[in-house]
Ligand binder design. Structure first.
Ligand SMILES: [Mg+2]
Length: 243
């Protein structure tokens, strides 16, 4: 692995994204679709068909909203019935609590090695209840002492690349925001939010946005979290030495 050039002072902390950075978000979405299908069955619909339709809608873009409406229409629910059916199914989606979401291979050890050198934090967009349930299910919470769920700061408008979340996280980590190194999968969010505070980012090509263009460009592009951590360790400020 070639280390790209790094000019200027070294980063003093690392911030990681959650979905498709530390664990495959598709695993969560598959489970949530099953929960919604089960709730749909309780409402007298064909639950398995709703699960399949929702999984298909989520696969075309999990970030777009209105996925449950589209799934119901796809299984033949008349539009007039949506207002009565969508709210309880949205509640089933939001309330889906996975028992376990396996991190990507090597992600836990890689986080541990970063944490041995610098403060590490996590910034994630999404419904706060859902994001907290996902993080808990990965088992990685003990390695992420500082977490900001951007929606907690003022709803969807605070999502990346809005700089507020990263600024708040930097304060909690006691690191100047422009001395952070951000690791994430989405150029338009993770790379852009780093740029918004004068920091740099490593983009991981994995998950739903693996083939998205490198816009804005990251400091480095890698294929896995352990690779990202290894690169970060090469440029981080040395761990505090004694004397
Ligand atoms: Mg992500």
């Amino acid at each position: 692995m070639v280390t790209p050039g790094w000019d200027g002072p070294p980063p003093l902390g690392v911030v990681v994204d959650l979905d498709d950075t530390l664990y495959p978000q598709a695993d969560y979405l598959a489970g949530a679709a099953v929960s919604v299908g089960r709730a749909a069955g309780d409402l007298g619909l064909d639950g398995d068909a709703v699960t399949r339709a929702l999984a298909a809608c989520l696969a075309t873009g999990s970030d777009t909203g209105g996925t449950i409406d589209r799934a119901l229409l796809a299984v033949g629910v008349p539009e007039a019935a949506l207002p009565g059916l969508v709210p309880p199914l949205v509640a089933a989606f939001t309330g889906h609590t996975p028992d376990r979401l396996d991190p990507y291979p090597g992600a836990e050890d890689a986080l541990r090695s970063l944490l041995a050198h610098v403060p590490v934090g996590c910034i994630t967009d999404g419904h706060p209840t859902i994001q907290a349930a996902k993080l808990a299910a990965t088992g990685l919470s003990p390695l992420l002492p500082a977490v900001v769920i951007t929606d907690d700061l003022g709803g969807r408008a605070m999502r990346k690349p809005h700089p507020a979340g990263l600024t708040v996280l930097a304060e909690r980590m006691d690191v100047p925001a422009d001395r952070l190194l951000v690791i994430g999968d989405r150029p338009g969010k993770d790379v852009a939010v780093a740029a918004a505070v004068g920091a740099r980012a490593i983009r991981i090509r994995q998950g739903e946005y693996a083939s998205a263009p490198d816009t804005p460009p990251a400091w480095a592009v890698v294929d896995s979290f352990p690779e990202a951590a290894e690169l970060a360790l090469r440029v981080l400020a040395p761990a505090h030495s004694f004397g």
